[in-house]
Design a binder for this molecule. Structure first.
Ligand code: CA
Length: 378
């Protein structure tokens, strides 16, 4: 069996309203999907993290000629050889998002060829549905802290009404608004007061703080019973992560900007996080996610994958989550995203506080080609 065609598919859609985290304003969605077709007509889909620019060129001009003719079932070997090849070529920058998109599409092909879900091929499922937490509560585009707090509290109450018992809230407003870290704590306090003590609350600073502010905020999170403090500082500062994880009572989470098992090995070696959050679209695909989850388990660290993509990334994350040891949660993105909601023939939705793992072969979803063409751009 051979790969006969590889294509990078660019999708784009403007959003009606913009929203922000501590990194940036988000006013559109764009994805670079990877479509791999084999000589028996099997089609697999993957997704690369980040802008189309860069991902598309590397996939189409660099990876495709190398990939044509290979056996799609040799997924792990292709993952490792592709990573080696990209490192040899780009040295200081390995486009892990490209490895991720290709690896995911190969696992989808392999599953469809074998007639099994990816989670079965990974060694079998530990669960048929995954506990989900609602990610949202970004920064609304409003004037004044009162309007801001009203908007995020309303959103939090809506998520609780939808059945979620765990919510993640964005902090680090000082990056976009003339407010201090006091406002970050006030926002969390307003949500805690609104939803009560039985709802699990997490705080995500999207690496917006310096270490001193991260420490100041982190100390105040105890009073609010915050379950974890995500990306307090830049991912390049692993030693400072370790210091915060030692000094603060609130557990430190992070990992969406780290890739491959070797990088997570260095993070675990320094005890830099209490929760590991690799992303299937940027950490090196399903192959890397499995390795990172195993390593996390060996270190007694819970793996809680980061998920913020289209339905392809969501399905792949669920396949991995079905296999992760311990008590993983799905990061279930509740922000507006038509490409996530409409691209699969059967959308992935929550039933109360959990989301079922798709049961079909491969990633378990079927792409709606009409919808795909609607979002597709050149
Ligand atoms: Ca995050």
């Amino acid at each position: 069996m051979q790969i006969r065609d590889v294509e990078a598919v660019a999708l784009y859609r403007d959003l009606d309203e913009r929203f922000a985290n501590a990194q940036k304003w988000i006013d559109s969605r764009e994805y670079c999907l990877v479509r791999i077709e084999t000589d028996d007509g099997t089609v697999g889909w993957g997704e690369c993290w980040g802008p189309v620019a860069g991902n598309r060129e590397v996939v189409e001009e660099y990876v495709t000629p190398w990939l044509i003719g290979k056996d799609p079932r040799d997924v792990e070997r292709i993952h490792d050889e592709l990573t080696f090849k990209l490192r040899s070529s780009y040295h200081s920058y390995v486009p892990a998002s490209v490895v991720s998109g290709v690896d995911m599409a190969l696992w989808d092909c392999y599953g469809k060829i074998a007639g099994e879900s990816v989670s079965r091929l990974l060694g079998g499922r530990r669960r048929e549905a995954v506990q989900a937490y609602a990610t949202g509560h970004f920064f609304p585009d409003v004037d004044g802290t009162d309007a801001f707090k009203r908007a995020v509290v309303e959103e939090a109450e809506g998520n609780v009404d939808a059945g979620f018992d765990a919510l993640k809230v964005k902090i680090g407003v000082g990056r976009h608004f003339p407010w201090s870290i006091d406002t970050d704590v006030e926002i969390l306090r307003a949500i805690r007061d609104a939803v009560g003590d039985d709802i699990r609350l997490m705080a995500d600073a999207n690496h917006g703080y310096d270490t001193a502010d991260a420490r100041r905020v982190g100390r105040r999170l105890n009073d609010l019973d915050i379950y974890f403090f995500e990306e307090p500082i830049g991912p390049q500062h692993v030693e400072e992560y370790a210091r915060l994880n030692r000094e603060l009572d609130v557990p430190i989470a992070g990992g969406e900007c780290w890739a491959f098992v070797e990088e997570f090995d260095r993070v675990f070696d320094r005890q830099a996080v209490s929760y590991a959050q690799p992303d299937v679209t940027s950490a090196g695909g399903i192959t890397s996610m499995r390795r990172i989850a195993s390593l996390a388990d060996a270190r007694n660290v819970q793996c809680l994958p980061h998920v913020f993509g289209s339905v392809v990334a969501l399905a792949a994350s669920l396949q991995v989550l079905a296999t992760i040891p311990g008590n993983p949660m799905l990061e279930f993105d509740r922000t507006p995203n038509p490409i996530r909601d409409e691209l699969a023939v059967d959308p992935i939705v929550n039933e109360g506080a959990s989301v079922a793992v798709p049961g079909g072969p491969g990633l378990g979803i079927e792409i709606d080609h009409g919808v795909l063409e609607r979002f597709r751009v050149d």
